[in-house]
Design a protein around this ligand. Sequence first.
Ligand code: GLN
Length: 253
Amino acid sequence: MIGIGPEIKICHLYPDLMNLYGDRGNVIALKRRAEWYGLRPVVDEVSLEAKPDFRLYDVIFIGGGQDREQQLICLDFQKVKGSSLAEAVEDGVVLLAICGGYQLLGRYYQTGDGEQLPGIGVVDVWTVAGKKRLIGNVVIETDVIEGPGPRTVVGFENHSGKTYLGGGLRPFGRVINGYGNNGEDGGEGVLYRNTLGTYLHGSLLPKNPDVTDFLLRRALVRRHGVAELRPLDDTVERRAHEAAIRRARSKAH
Ligand code: GLN
């Protein structure tokens, strides 16, 4: 369907620097599903130096990256974008941040060399690199998505950073297969206001349509007060989801 509904403004942050394991597929999924719902998605790519007013966006996305990219972004956050991005988070803009992007929303990321990269601190989490990389297919169960009962979410993780949540923050979900935030407390990701931080690459959204819809709904409610999305035929997406669950279970850690 060609969009006749409201415009939905999507910001793809650092597409040239933060794009591991198909992270850009999340932006494609957001755009496609928005179109299928009759909305009019517009995607801006925003990289180093640019300083938009992030509150004007409906959805912001930042993918994962290694320490080298994170160093560049840490500086750009400090000098250019940090305060506007933090204001947008507090204002309820929907933000999806994966892995290295997730880590930089927190207080700091301490690399394996012991260097501390300050994050923007808008979400009360912190990350310390461990000796072992946490790699593999992940299945989590989440109850943050509206609807009957908990939902599974599938993805792929590869990080050495171990992230810890401050008091009062809820993880995105509980790990069924994989490591999640730190491999210790069973939590994966974080949901703070409309900001979802997670370690799940994959891409995450194409095979987790419930998560895509959750983000679109939150964005529409923030802007328009309501979000009525008519059901789509998700047969293919659900098949991909089930296949990812089977794969994760067959190689359980
Ligand atoms: N450098 C970070 C870590 O290993 C982030 C990696 C990533 O984004 N996949 O923890």
